[in-house]
Ligand binder design. Structure first.
Ligand code: SF4
Ligand code: SF4
Length: 518
C-alpha cells in the first residue's frame, strides 16, 4: 500500500482505494434536464470577484456575459442557459461554511437559446495575444480545482518564454473520473486545445502526463496526438497525489519548482487537461465556460456516472439525476475524498471548480479507533512534500503553531496521505487543516491590527500636520499684525514729523510777515 522509494523522481504518495471503476466505463451523461433556476456565483476563481452587469428582470441568452472580470486576476461569468434574471443576491456557496456569496439567479425559459457566436474561420491563424484574449473573455479557469484564470497563465507563459506546456491528466483522487472520460470521449478536441495553448504562449512543445490506471484515455490521447510530434503523451505511475502539479512536474522532468517560485521559473507552464478542452471551446467555438463534467459517485448514489452539468445547477438536482438516496448520505463532498470540501447542504450550485460530487454513506466514512502514535515514521515516508507529519501534529497538539510552521506547516498541501497510512488512525491532516485555519485567522488579526496601527499613525500624523499648520498660521498672523503695527507707527511718526515741519514753516512765515510789517 505504501509507496517506497523505487523511483527517485517520486516522493512519498500512497495507493489509495480507487473507487473509479464505478464511473470510468460509463459515457458522460449529456441529458440532464434543464434546471428551472441556475445560481451563478460571481466568485468562481482565484482573484477578484466578477462585477455583475445584468439587472433583475433582464432577459439573457445562453453564453451572454453576466458579470465582467475586475483587475488582472479575475474571470467573467456567463449565462449557462437563456431566461430572465430573477435576482442578484447572497446565496450559500459550495464551501464547508456554506456562507453566502453574491450570486446571479436565472429563471430559465426552457429554450436554451444561444447568443450569436462568432467562431473564427481558422483559430490557428489568430495571433497569440488574441488566443489569450478569447480564453480570458470566455471565463476559462483551471479546472483541476485551482481555478486560476487560464488567460493570465498563458500570458505569463508567453512573457517568460517557456519551453514546455505540461498537461496534468493525473486525476489521482479516488472516485474522480471526469478527466478520464473527457480524454476517452473528446481527445481530439483536447489536443486542439493544447495546440492553441502552445500557440497562445509561443511555446514549442507539450507533454501530457496520464496515470497508468487510465489505459483507454492514454490510447485515445496517443492516437489524437499521433500527427503532432511536439506533443508527447506519457504514462505516469498511479500514485496519489500524482495530480499535484509539483509531483507531476518532478516525475516528468526530474526538476523541482523553487520554494516560493513558479513553474515558469524553470520554463514550464502546467494546465489541467479539462482546461485544454475549455480552451478549445473558447477559441474554436467562441463558447464561454458554462458547463463542466462532474463525477457523481459514492455508495449513496444508485447511478454513479459523469455528467456534463450547467454551471449554476444545484447539486441536489445533480444528485437526483443520478438517483442518490439522500437519506443515506452521511457526508457530501465537492471534489475528491482526500482534498475535497465536505459540504453541509446540497442546495449549493455546481461551480467551475467542481470536478466531483460524492455522496458517501456511513460505510464509506467509517472512522476507526484512534490509537497512540507508535513512531513508525510511515507518515514521513508517505508525505510527498518531505515533511514530518508526526512532529508537526505534536507541535499543533501542544499549541505551538510557530514551531509547526518552522517544520513546514505552510508547505503542507493537505493531501491526507499521512493520515491514510497511519496505522494508529491518527487524523493528522485534520490537525494541519485546523492549524492552517488558525494561521489564517492569526494573519487576518495581524492584518487588522496592522491596519488599525496604520490608521492611528495616519491620524497622529494628520493631527501633527494640522498642529504645525495652525502654529504656522498663528505665527503668520502675529507677524502680519506686528508688521502692520510697525507700519502704522512709522506712518504716525512720519505724520508727526510732517506736522512739526509744517508748524515750523508756518512759524517762520509768521515771523517773516511780522518783520515785513515792521
Ligand atoms: S504513521 Fe502514525 S503512528 Fe506512525 S509515526 Fe506517523 S503518526 Fe505515529
Ligand atoms: S497532509 Fe501534509 S503532511 Fe500529510 S502527507 Fe500531505 S503534505 Fe505531507
Amino acid at each position: 500500500m505504501l509507496a517506497l522509494f523505487e523511483n527517485p523522481r517520486l516522493r512519498g504518495g500512497i495507493h489509495a482505494e480507487e473507487h473509479k471503476a464505478e464511473t470510468s466505463g460509463v459515457p458522460i451523461a449529456l441529458d440532464m434536464p434543464l434546471p428551472k433556476k441556475l445560481y451563478i456565483p460571481v466568485q468562481q476563481h482565484v482573484g477578484k470577484p466578477a462585477e455583475p452587469l445584468v439587472k433583475v428582470g433582464e432577459k439573457v441568452l445562453k453564453g451572454q456575459l453576466l458579470a465582467y472580470s475586475q483587475g488582472t486576476i479575475s474571470a467573467p461569468v456567463h449565462a449557462p442557459s437563456s431566461g430572465e434574471i430573477a435576482d442578484v443576491m447572497d446565496f450559500p456557496a459550495p464551501h464547508p461554511s456554506a456562507l453566502p456569496i453574491r450570486t446571479i439567479i436565472i429563471e430559465t425559459d426552457g429554450l436554451d437559446q444561444w447568443q450569436p457566436l462568432k467562431a473564427p474561420d481558422d483559430p490557428f491563424a489568430l495571433p497569440a495575444e488574441e488566443i489569450c484574449a478569447l480564453v480570458g473573455a470566455a471565463g476559462v479557469v483551471g479546472l483541476g480545482g485551482a481555478v486560476f484564470p487560464s488567460a493570465v497563465k498563458l500570458d505569463l507563459g508567453r512573457k517568460n518564454k517557456i519551453h514546455t506546456l505540461l498537461i496534468n491528466a493525473g486525476e489521482c483522487e479516488p472516485y474522480l473520473t471526469c478527466d478520464d472520460r473527457l480524454m476517452q470521449e473528446r481527445a481530439g478536441e483536447i489536443v486542439t486545445g493544447i495546440r492553441l495553448m502552445l500557440r497562445g504562449m509561443n511555446a514549442p512543445e507539450a507533454t501530457v502526463g496520464i496515470e497508468d490506471n487510465k489505459p483507454e484515455a492514454f490510447i485515445a490521447m496517443r492516437e489524437a496526438c499521433a500527427e503532432f510530434a511536439n506533443i508527447n503523451v506519457v504514462q505516469v505511475p498511479t500514485r496519489y497525489p500524482m495530480g499535484w502539479d509539483r509531483q507531476m512536474l518532478r516525475y516528468l522532468t526530474g526538476r523541482e519548482i523553487p520554494a516560493d517560485g513558479r513553474a515558469t521559473d524553470i520554463g514550464v507552464v502546467i494546465h489541467n487537461v479539462a482546461t485544454a478542452h475549455a480552451v478549445y471551446r473558447a477559441v474554436c467555438l467562441n463558447q464561454p465556460l458554462i458547463t463542466r463534467v462532474v463525477t457523481v459517485s459514492g455508495s449513496a448514489v444508485a447511478k454513479p456516472q459523469n455528467v456534463e452539468v450547467l454551471i449554476g445547477t444545484l447539486m441536489s438536482e445533480v444528485l437526483d439525476f443520478c438517483a442518490a438516496d439522500k437519506s443515506r448520505v452521511a457526508r457530501l463532498i465537492m471534489g475528491g475524498p482526500m482534498m475535497g470540501d465536505a459540504l453541509p447542504i446540497s442546495e449549493v450550485p455546481v461551480v467551475k471548480a467542481c470536478n466531483g460530487i460524492l455522496a458517501l454513506s456511513e460505510q464509506d466514512i467509517e472512522i476507526p479507533e484512534v490509537k497512540p502514535c507508535i513512531r513508525c515514521s510511515t507518515c514521513v515516508t508517505a508525505c510527498p512534500v518531505g515533511l514530518l507529519p508526526l512532529e508537526m501534529a505534536s507541535r499543533i497538539r501542544a499549541n505551538q503553531l510557530d514551531a509547526a510552521v518552522d517544520l513546514g506547516l505552510k508547505d503542507c498541501i493537505n493531501c491526507g496521505s499521512c493520515s491514510y497510512v497511519c496505522p494508529s488512525n491518527i487524523p493528522l491532516v485534520h490537525y494541519f487543516k485546523f492549524a492552517s485555519g488558525e494561521l489564517y485567522k492569526r494573519q487576518q488579526m495581524d492584518h487588522k491590527s496592522e491596519q488599525t496601527k496604520r490608521l492611528i499613525d495616519d491620524r497622529n500624523q494628520r493631527m501633527e500636520r494640522i498642529r504645525l499648520e495652525q502654529e504656522a498660521e498663528a505665527r503668520r498672523v502675529m507677524e502680519a499684525r506686528a508688521a502692520r503695527a510697525k507700519e502704522q507707527e512709522l506712518a504716525k511718526q512720519k505724520a508727526q514729523q510732517a506736522q512739526q515741519a509744517q508748524q515750523s514753516i508756518s512759524e517762520a512765515d509768521n515771523k517773516a510777515a511780522v518783520e515785513e510789517v515792521r
